[in-house]
Write a protein that binds this ligand. Structure first.
Ligand code: PHE
Length: 346
């Protein structure tokens, strides 16, 4: 009976077809052709009603058996193809290759210097404080003994927001804010950004300062000298020489600028090969910070009694410290965010 024969012939036909199916997609095509809803088997089965009722059970059974055989052949081939595919993928994957290390970040040299400076002063018992970058004229100038028309205001190249509001030109306004907020004795360091209308090889419109402030009874210039000498030797090494030169700031009296022996040439003014030192311009000294004893006018502005209270303050530029400490020759490198530069500081 030809229906049974046709059913029987499906198995060798599928086997032949499968021998030529080398991908899972080709295999799926074959599955649809043989076992799909309109496939070969289904089509043969549509002719079942044409048989006599006696013939039908045998053909039905045969059809089921053939369907199972087809499915088995198909599943076996599918498993084999999948295994081949996985093996090919594994062959391309070399587990012995070295891994790719994740890209580690590093801290900006300004941040490193800030952390080092603040760390030294924290060990000396100082608190760390921060203040606003957009500042009132009062805190930036007036309370620091620079009334309107004071000539020292011109030195600062101020960026104004309004007539009375500006970008702070130094961290010194935090002297005023700190003394207004606390009672002596007090000791704080204030790191932060400052702004000046200035831009050339050695000046950027924004840079970083650290302000230091120590106020109490009997705080003297000797304390200032001892503190700054210890601090600068902590940053630049124990052999560093420190010298104080008389200077002027409206909010300190007396005032001084502090130099350290040049850390590039060891204070000699020239290198061991006889080449003149460009960092200290052969003087052997580099200027590093400004400082002084708090002016009585500032104490009066914050309501402290200058007869019983004294104190000192200092301010320094962090980029300058970082340039000297790490031997960075160009200020612009701090602000260009070149990874080749930044990744050297780990
Ligand atoms: N504020 C000063 C400046 O920016 C530095 C300074 C701070 C000087 C504290 C004396 C005391 O130049």
């Amino acid at each position: 009976m030809d229906l049974l024969n046709e059913l029987e012939s499906l198995v060798p036909e599928l086997e032949r077809g499968i021998g030529q199916a080398f991908s899972l997609a080709e295999l799926e095509e074959l599955r649809v052709t043989f076992l799909g809803r309109k496939g070969r088997l289904a089509q043969i089965m549509t002719r079942l009603p044409s048989l006599s009722p006696e013939e039908r059970p045998a053909v039905g059974q045969k059809a089921n058996a053939i369907k199972n055989s087809l499915t088995e052949i198909f599943d076996a081939r599918k498993a084999a193809l999948e295994a081949e595919k996985e093996a090919a993928q594994l062959a391309r994957f070399d587990a012995s290759l070295p891994g790719r290390a994740p890209w580690g970040g590093s801290l900006h040299p300004t941040t490193l210097v800030q952390e080092e400076i603040c760390g030294i002063f924290q060990k000396l018992g100082y608190d760390i404080a921060v203040g606003p970058e957009v500042e009132n004229d009062y805190y930036n100038f007036e309370a620091l003994n620079m009334p309107p028309e004071h000539p020292a205001r011109d030195m600062q190249d101020t960026l104004y927001i309004t007539e009375k509001v500006l970008m702070r030109t130094h961290t010194s306004p935090m002297q005023v804010r700190t003394m207004l907020a606390r009672k002596p004795p007090l000791a704080v360091v204030v790191p932060g950004k400052v702004y000046r209308r200035d831009s050339d090889l050695t000046h950027t419109p924004m840079f970083h300062q650290v302000e230091g402030l120590m106020v109490g009874e009997n705080v003297s210039f000797a304390h200032l000298r001892g503190t700054l000498t210890a601090f600068l030797r902590g940053v630049f090494g124990a052999k560093t020489q420190v010298r104080f030169r008389p200077s002027f700031f409206p909010f300190t009296e007396p005032s001084a600028e502090v130099d350290i022996s040049c850390c590039m040439c060891g204070g000699k003014g020239h290198h061991s090969n006889g080449e003149p030192c460009r960092v200290c311009k052969t003087t052997g000294w580099v200027e590093i910070l400004g400082c002084g004893m708090i002016d009585p006018a500032v104490f009066e502005a914050v309501g402290y009694d200058p007869k019983t209270i004294s104190g000192f303050a200092f301010g320094l530029g962090m980029e300058r410290i970082a340039m000297l400490k790490y031997g960075i020759g160009d200020l612009r490198m701090f602000f260009e965010n070149d990874v080749r530069f930044l990744s050297q500081f780990v």
